[in-house]
Design a protein around this ligand. Structure first.
Ligand code: GUN
Ligand code: FE
Length: 435
């Protein structure tokens, strides 16, 4: 298949709004797709000349084709927790989130929600996500089975949690070891599935369970690790009470060998200098979840302070559904922009689209497969229409640069701006509900 349109992808982080070497743009471009992979990418005429005779052409002009969006932190069992009214993180977890996650003990429930989860990802142009399942192995089975069916590249894990939650949401150190190993054996490397070691956070794991997480990381050093860190002041205080021997919250995870280049730490809003140094030295990733941080009143993520310090911290962006309030990475970056405004910082439109594509792929150590339009990588794509609604179309009349177009998409766009989502070369949005 030949997919024609305007092409945009990033080569590296933009240094400024006029840093045009940071990205590649083709005003009349094409991608040659075969076997779920991008075979060629470039100007339409050049790619067309190299394509087989009679190749099927899909013309997306005047729309913009980009690598599919990547969401580096969200919770599959929290689709029905979104928009729950709570004052702060711990109240929100105890009142709504933990009771809701208990329902995922039932395979039938998990399977039904998994269908909706993947539908929403595709509807919003997200082709890869790093997801938390619930504590129940059945939730991970439902998630990965649906991911395999849709041939999506997903990172996910069975949550490990053995205290400070309702009985129906607790495993034990032994169970979390056995079941995480079983999930790895059943799903890791099946299709495009990646299993992540997923201790929920320090508050819900005993030191014995943290030892188990440490053993799993030792046994499976190539797997992702995901957890939460430094989201809320009360959470930090409680964590330090539970682990009095640790220097600080980050040190709890460091003591159990959980820091490293495959480790994703949700939130990281209130890190000390020492903690940021530890994150930097280990190559750990701080995951910025703008809509969640505002919704739960957790705080303003210090993006520049983390990335521009002498020892820079790797960062990524994410929705954190259901603490987050939108599946859309466009809306997520819209809120990120506002969080930086409140800190007298700027986030230019190229920064935003770099973050939701290449930067997030690098955070997952998957940039060899996703996050760019490089030949040889997975044909996971999103097609964007800056005139998707009447209000957007009116604003689009006076857009006269790529930066303006991206900023309009980010500020006014949502799932309606997603014309099509390609998963391994297959148009997945237009076929939702038909297969
Ligand atoms: N910390 C521990 N669990 C969670 C969760 O489900 N959501 C958020 N936002 N923070 C958490
Ligand atoms: Fe989260």
């Amino acid at each position: 298949t030949l997919i024609r349109g305007r092409l945009l992808s990033f080569n590296r982080a933009p240094q400024a709004i006029d840093d045009s070497a940071a990205y590649s743009y083709e005003s009349d471009g094409a991608l040659l797709i075969g076997d779920g992979v991008i075979k060629a990418s470039g100007p339409y005429g050049v790619v067309k000349a190299a394509a087989p005779d009679g190749v099927t052409e899909i013309d997306h002009r005047p729309h913009l084709i980009m690598p599919g969006f990547i969401d580096t932190h969200l919770h599959f069992p929290q689709m029905q927790v979104m928009a729950s009214y709570a004052a702060n993180l711990l109240e929100w977890l105890n009142t709504y989130t933990f009771p809701e996650e208990c329902r995922f003990v039932e395979s039938a429930h998990a399977e039904r929600i998994a269908i909706h989860f993947f539908d929403e990802m595709i509807r919003h142009g997200t082709t890869t996500a790093a997801a938390y399942c619930s504590v129940h192995k059945a939730s991970a089975d439902a998630f990965f089975a649906e991911s395999l069916k849709r041939n999506m590249r997903m990172v996910a894990g069975k949550v490990m949690m053995d205290r400070n939650a309702p009985q129906g949401l607790l495993d034990t150190p032994g169970m979390s070891y056995d079941e995480t190993r079983a999930v790895i054996a059943d799903w890791h490397g099946k299709g495009r599935n990646h299993v992540a070691i997923t201790p929920r956070f320090a508050i819900t794991s005993t030191p014995e369970q943290m030892e188990v997480a440490k053993s799993l990381v030792g046994e499976f050093p190539d797997l992702h690790v995901q957890t939460h860190l430094s989201e809320n002041r009360d959470e930090i205080t409680f964590t330090c009470e539970l682990y009095p021997e640790a220097k600080d919250y980050t040190d709890v995870y460091a003591r159990y060998g959980l820091l490293g280049p495959k480790s994703l730490f949700g939130h990281c809003i209130h890190l000390s200098d020492r903690e940021a140094d530890a994150m930097s030295e280990t190559g750990s990733v701080a995951v910025f979840c703008p809509t969640s941080n505002l919704f739960l009143g957790s705080g303003l993520f210090p993006l520049r302070a983390l990335t521009r310090r002498q020892k820079p911290v790797r960062v990524s962006v994410a929705s954190d559904i259901g603490g987050g309030t939108s599946y859309s990475m466009l809306k997520t970056l819209d809120e990120a922009y506002k969080i930086l405004q409140l800190q007298a910082e700027r986030l230019n439109p190229f920064d935003s689209f770099y973050l939701m594509t290449r930067c997030n792929a690098e955070a997952l150590s998957l940039v060899e497969r996703i996050g760019t339009l490089e030949p040889g990588t997975d044909a996971d794509l999103v097609v964007l229409n800056m005139a998707a609604t009447p209000a957007m179309a009116l604003r689009a009349e006076v857009v006269n640069s790529l930066a303006d177009e991206l900023f309009l998409l980010q500020t006014m766009g949502d799932d309606r701006a997603i014309v099509e989502t390609y998963v391994a070369g297959r148009p997945a949005k237009s076929s939702l509900g038909t297969v």
